[in-house]
Design a binder for this molecule. Structure first.
Ligand code: PHE
Length: 447
């Protein structure tokens, strides 16, 4: 159990705020029209994200057990597969998330010594593939296992209590610093001046990409919020906790954008390009750091702080992914926590080796995670809570809340608008994955 309510909120924010905000958002946004992408992203947080996070909280807290068993506990054993999709997706996602986390460790060192700043493109090309990347992937996994092994209160709650505030403070400092730099303006334009024509013209790709990003960023669809809420007491208001997490995650996401996009703009001379992919932040940030006024010491110091923040954010998300799978095994088979965390960490590490070896695999794993697992899981969660749990879900959301009327509105939103929106997103994703194989998102592994 969480020792304190704020402990739960910080852990959930720690899960939400991560590489999704800092590493994934910039290259997804630049590939999908910048502000147009941000607009759809924000709409998705409101229309799908907030109702869906409440749905996962309701399942978790009512069942008081981890994701797969939760459905039988709620008297609907046939829906176990919904939790299962999420648990599988959590392990799948951690496999490549840890690879990127490993690069971040490498960059903390590389930025501090200056090696990463000298020739950023070549540096990324060397450290992001092959054995170098596998080694740091192992290191990141070890850190993740270490925290999860200590359990909820002594591991996750304690760690995220320090992590989340430090992410916010340091990002704020970096954003203010970026604001003072010459050439930062083009970054703000990119983020805030929407070209709505671009949304309409590219709706078939911009919409699923932005919705996927919004849900990934909120850690929805991976059974993570179900698992975290299962450790929660009845006197908490799920409604206000859910809103807090969504607002904090979106705020930190935009804050990260205010750090990363000005640097991207400076590095590219004002033209933020649509290319980049998973290397975008790792190449652009060091390039910009190397060009900072004040010389290499300033660049190295800012680089150290930046990548240290990213590492903390990545770890607090990775532990939620591992916890979701660990909790399932511990709850259902009575396994001890420590060996379970170690064994799973080793297995998931192996699954991530292809992604560490070659970034084409990483992109493929990420596509399958965000375009296939995630939307399907969210669809079933919404269907389940809206149409199957129904009145029970309303009762659960009212528990500990002082605005009971909202629960009914929420239920009807889930049953109608949210459901239709998610079905649309699933359809667009399946179309992109299976029917247009050469447009970037593809179902075929990169062999
Ligand atoms: N939300 C996390 C991020 O933005 C990633 C994540 C997804 C974590 C799903 C847990 C579950 O980086």
């Amino acid at each position: 159990m969480w020792a304190t309510r704020i402990g739960f909120i910080l852990a959930a924010i720690g899960s939400a705020v991560g590489l999704g905000n800092i590493w994934r958002f910039p290259f997804q946004a630049s590939a999908n029209g910048g502000a147009a992408f941000l607009t759809v992203y924000l709409a998705a947080v409101l229309v799908i994200g907030i109702p869906a996070i409440l749905a996962e909280f309701v399942i978790g807290r009512r069942a008081k057990t981890s994701a797969i068993g939760a459905f039988s506990k709620l008297g609907r054993p046939r829906w176990w597969f919904v939790g299962a999709i999420g648990v599988v997706a959590a392990g799948w996602t951690l496999s490549y998330y840890s690879v990127i986390g490993g690069w971040v460790i490498r960059y903390i060192v590389g930025a501090t010594t200056g090696a990463a700043l000298a020739d950023p493109g070549t540096y990324f090309g060397t450290v992001s593939v092959g054995i170098e990347s596998v080694v740091v992937h192992a290191l990141f996994m070890l850190l993740t296992v270490g925290i999860v092994a200590f359990g909820i209160e002594d591991g996750i709650e304690l760690a995220t209590k320090f992590m989340v505030p430090s992410i916010v403070v340091l990002l704020l400092g970096l954003a203010v610093y970026a604001f003072t730099l010459e050439g930062a303006g083009a970054g703000y334009d990119f983020l805030f001046t929407a070209d709505f024509g671009a949304i309409v013209d590219n709706a078939g790709t911009v919409i699923p990409a932005a919705v996927g990003q919004a849900l990934f960023s909120l850690s929805l669809g991976y059974s993570v919020m179900i698992t975290y809420a299962s450790y929660l007491g009845k006197d908490d208001s799920l409604l206000s906790d859910g809103l807090t997490v969504a607002v904090a995650n979106t705020g930190v996401g935009i804050l990260a954008g205010l750090v990363v996009l000005p640097l991207l703009a400076i590095q590219s001379g004002g033209e933020i390009s649509a290319e980049g992919g998973p290397g975008a932040v790792f190449v652009a940030i060091p390039t910009a750091l190397a060009e900072l006024p004040g010389g290499s010491v300033v660049g190295q110091a800012v680089g150290f702080v930046f990548f240290a923040v990213v590492l903390v954010a990545a770890l607090s998300s990775a532990i939620s992914l591992l916890e979701t799978v660990v909790a399932y095994l511990v709850d259902n088979y009575g396994f001890a926590r420590l060996p379970t965390a170690v064994g799973l960490g080793a297995g998931i590490f192996l699954l991530g080796v292809p992604s560490a070896w070659d970034t084409a695999w990483l992109t493929w794993f990420d596509n399958i995670s965000v375009a296939l697992f995630l939307p399907l899981a969210v669809l079933f969660v919404v269907l389940f809570v809206g149409w199957v749990l129904g009145a029970d879900a309303v009762a659960e959301l009212r528990e500990g809340s002082n605005s009971p009327g909202i629960a009914t509105v929420w239920l009807w939103a889930l049953r109608t608008v949210v459901l239709v929106a998610v079905i649309g997103v699933v359809a667009l994703n399946l179309y992109d994955l299976f029917l247009v194989p050469d447009e970037g998102t593809y179902f075929v592994p990169p062999l």
